[in-house]
Design a protein around this ligand. Structure first.
Ligand SMILES: *Cc1c(COP(=O)(O)O)cnc(C)c1O
Length: 224
């Protein structure tokens, strides 16, 4: 290993330790590796990370193949096109980005077809943001009875991505709304909605304060 690489490996470990130091131990840290190399993933793994997030099914496949010797839990966090759903189900342990009923219905069928059953999160959007996908609260409540029919899908929680440019106070407010929506869903009989995937490099500390159980951090671990 070259001098430069081992130095970067150390930087990655330090960054991970810094994040770990400020989040509670029960919060799952997903290291978002979509822009990084398999060497950097190995460094994060050596520093104790077991959960990695990717946003493109095909890019992930290449890394997964190269890293098959590691015991990694793979998270699909990017928006998922229908024609990639089958591959995503085959390749990932978690899918955070179920953002529409048609995709949920398709995944429900594909679970039977593939025999694979990843954990699913429903992506919600509780602030106005035309650039992001996901259910608004009213849209999700309207789709609940259809979602309830999907007996194969293990829906374990909600995921959200904030619009850029919010103040800390606004960010906390939107994260809190997501926490409240999960509680509302549980009160409506969706007892399995326990996980909250919220917070990225810029806002994970706020997300954790609001109640995130999973954070997705890329740049703050892997930026070069
Ligand atoms: C890229 C990405 C992240 C990580 O973002 P950073 O700002 O690099 O921490 C988290 N979640 C989703 C959905 C992403 O696409």
């Amino acid at each position: 290993m070259s001098e430069v690489k081992s130095e970067f490996s150390q930087v990655i470990a330090e960054r991970i330790n810094r994040i770990r130091a400020i989040i509670p131990p029960e919060v799952k840290l997903v290291a978002v590796s979509k822009y990084t190399t398999t060497e950097a993933i190995r460094s994060a793994y050596a520093a104790g990370i077991r959960d990695f997030g990717e946003s493109r099914v095909q890019d992930a496949k290449v890394k997964q193949t190269e890293l098959a010797d590691l015991e990694i839990t793979w998270h699909m966090i990017g928006s998922l096109q229908s024609n990639k759903a089958k591959l995503a189900i085959a390749q990932f342990d978690w899918i955070h980005s179920i953002d529409r009923l048609s995709l949920a219905e398709q995944c429900d069928r594909l679970i039977l077809e593939t025999g694979k059953s990843p954990k699913f999160l429903l992506q919600v959007k509780l602030a106005d943001d035309p650039s992001k996908s996901g259910w608004s609260e009213s849209e999700l409540l309207a789709d609940l009875s259809q979602l309830e029919k999907l007996q194969n899908l293990q829906i374990v929680g909600l995921m959200t991505i904030l619009p850029i440019g919010l103040s800390d106070t606004q960010a906390y407010e939107v994260f809190s709304r997501t926490v409240e929506l999960a509680a509302k869903l549980r009160s409506l009989g969706w007892a399995n909605i326990q996980e909250l995937s919220m917070g990225m490099s810029a806002d994970y500390a706020i997300a954790v304060k609001a109640g995130a159980s999973i954070i997705r951090v890329g740049n703050q671990i892997f930026a070069t």
